[in-house]
Write a protein that binds this ligand. Sequence first.
Ligand code: CS2
Length: 454
Amino acid sequence: MSGTGIVHFGPGAFHRAHQADYVDRLLAQDPRWGIAAVSLRSGGTVEALKRQQGRYTLAILDAEISFRTLGAHNRFFGLGEGASVRAMLSDPGVRIVSSTVTEKGYCLAGDGSLDLRHPDIVHDLSHPERPESLIGWLALALGDRRAAGLPPFTPLCCDNMVANGRKLGRAVADFARRLDPELANWIEGEVRFPNTMVDSITPATDERTRAMVREATGFDDAIPVSREAYAAWIIEDVLPEASPDLASVGAVMTDDVAAYELAKLRILNGAHSSLAYLGLLIGHETVADAMGDRELSGFIEQLIREDIIPGLKPSFDLQAYAGDILARFRNPAIGHKLSQIAWDGSQKLPYRLLDSVSDALASGRRVERLAVPIAAWMLFIERQSLASAEIVDPMAEQLAEIGRGGDLVPDLLGLVQIFPESLARNEAFCTAVENAVRTMHGGGPRALIGDGHA
Ligand code: CS2
């Protein structure tokens, strides 16, 4: 029987296809690091994990297709089980508390600091013993450990954000400071919040995934996951000694996560979001479909090579890295839906595309091409709103209102949670976005992405 050394908040498909795979292999050599899965908001996955005793199928969909059964989870906490989670987090054997709760789960304001007006933070500050947010949970549990004289655990953020660990650390300390300044000082002094870069393309599981797994393995798995063969996990090398040896199963420990992180977020995720908005407007369904569109994939390649890469420090061969990413996007075995990537644009645009725009402006480079996917996002918002179709985004209501009847470009550019003032007031950028929206209104994305445009 393995122990439980890691507590994980948010056991969605990405966590179960990525981190849990590393930990599953680690458990074969060191049984202390089983994962407790915590999902306090929607119990479905945790209930199924419990029913299947933590076992589920990982389908690798690539040039070769293969299936493995993973079993890294050995404790399960769902709706209404907050008291048991609290006890678990005080277990001295727990050394890592990781999270994949998506960007919006960290309750951060546009400048990356804790959003004190966020309803979950407002709730947690007035009911600190019954937290709803991850931030409230980490503060409560770290307070319990300090009171018990235990060493802290290490919170390990595994979501796509620039300086994800640093931001999480600042948010937890700021939250704690409002309740107990001494705890805040202890957190700042004793707790490490490593930055990480996580990467593996993992489409959402659907009926097709379940049917494929059933057919291939004979196991009627309610919660299989699938991903490409490629996976990377880069972790800032500050884990305390009593931590799982993740390097022994392929994670990379380094002092410089930033170089990998920025390259991945801007090239892979920036191109993904660009493909999503432009591809959906054209009528494509998946990333591989969109990459099969010669005009669109040509545009994306130019965007990466000529507009995004020049803003990055050349710490490694970025052009070769980009080539590998474009090849991964072409993987025909993965039906990665553009609509899934289009979710949460308000959270994703800033670090995926807008940071590249700011860098380009700062060094006097043109921003016309970078403005195209941003304009496509605006037209996507407008299209969804006018069709009363769903917008999955924490700012959905505000976005839909603008999309239905607002002054589209200025109103969206005026959302300070998304566009920093330095961009919203920059004439070159605003004009480029206005022009791109106008041209695509008339002639669709093809009017801008074909050879010789933009
Ligand atoms: C994607 C990412 O859904 C999205 O927005 O861009 O989840 C992407 O597949 C991963 O970051 C790849 O590591």
